[in-house]
Design a protein around this ligand. Structure first.
Ligand code: NAD
Length: 286
């Protein structure tokens, strides 16, 4: 167990490897990012993604829309990007304003270009055990478990949060690694009973800081905190009371500097993968 794992370093090393692959295979991946409105947090996330892409040789193109854009305009843009052979990946920066139908927009993306892995088709591929492109944040959690050299087989894993974005796909990625999984959510009774039973606890509730305290975790557990909670002072927190929990467990990811680091990496990996999938598909069609 590598209890000193540094997620920033892990991201740096993996991005370098990806850069070498892009150069060696003379790939020219292109990622289109769709942004609606101009929320500060989204601007930062997009800036980070574009910076990482630029560093490793992935071209990004930003498609920005006003806050009040209608569904039709976005659907038409997605169609245009789907049909453009020079675009390999399409990513919608979430959240988007509530007047828009998020799932319909996501499902309009060609599954071969769905670098966030969130179309119903790609989620279905994952559930059926034949994944094509899988969601970035759950992939990031799996990256961390792999880097920790953590044997997942048969282990008790508790996931907090059952969203389409995190909990549900993560459940299936872990199931493929033979974990024994408990899925908790806002209606779960006696959360502590489930967290105390976890060899690996993955938490993505995002509702209040310090939801998970030291008395709720097993000694020597591995804790992965996906949540990002912004307080009134603009400070970022996760679900876990990091300072006290870290004294008790084998490893806990910090927020910031944990899962979020690897999510960006996973978007880059999926863009390169989408580039490869489309090449294979074009060859098959010929
Ligand atoms: P969501 O609101 O869609 O889902 C939250 C889930 O947590 C729900 O299933 C809900 O039932 C459950 N939940 C809420 N409060 C709970 C409680 N007290 N006890 C048990 N379960 C509870 O959110 P999401 O999109 O899945 O995101 C979750 C968190 O992860 C957010 O803080 C978000 O910002 C963060 N996030 C981080 C990254 C990253 O890159 N690090 C990526 C995506 C999301």
């Amino acid at each position: 167990m590598n209890s000193k794992l540094d997620c920033r370093q892990l991201k740096k090393d993996a991005l370098l490897k990806l850069k070498e692959k892009i150069e060696k295979e003379a790939l020219q991946p292109v990622l289109a990012i769709i942004q609606v409105g101009s929320v500060d947090a989204s601007n930062i996330y997009i800036r980070n993604k574009r910076k990482a892409a630029d560093e490793i040789g992935i071209t990004t193109t930003l498609c920005s829309f006003e806050e009040d854009v209608d569904q039709e305009t976005l659907l038409r843009k997605i169609e245009e990007l789907n049909e453009n052979p020079n675009i390999n990946g399409i990513f919608i920066q979430l959240p988007i304003p509530s007047h828009l139908d998020e799932v319909e927009l996501i499902n309009h993306i060609d599954p071969k270009k769905d670098v966030d892995g969130l179309t119903t088709m790609n989620l279905g591929n994952l559930v059926s055990g034949e994944p094509l492109l899988t969601p970035c944040t759950p992939n990031a959690v799996m990256d961390i478990l792999e880097a920790l050299d953590c044997d997942i087989t048969g282990k008790n894993v508790t996931i907090i949060g059952r969203s389409r974005l995190v909990g549900k796909p993560l459940f299936h990625l872990l199931l493929q690694k033979d974990a024994t999984i408990t899925m908790c959510h806002s209606k779960t009774e006696n959360l502590k009973e489930h967290t105390l039973n976890a060899d690996i606890l993955i938490t993505a509730a995002g509702t209040k800081k310090n939801l998970i305290t030291a008395d709720m975790v097993k000694e020597d557990a591995i804790i992965i905190d996906v949540s990002i909670i912004r307080d009134e002072q603009n400070q970022l927190h996760g679900d876990v009371d990091y300072d006290t929990v870290k004294e008790k467990v084998n490893y806990v990811t910090p927020v910031p500097g944990g899962v979020g680091q690897l999510t960006v990496l996973e978007l880059m990996k999926n863009t390169v993968k989408a580039n490869e999938i489309q090449k294979t598909y074009t060859l098959k069609k010929k």
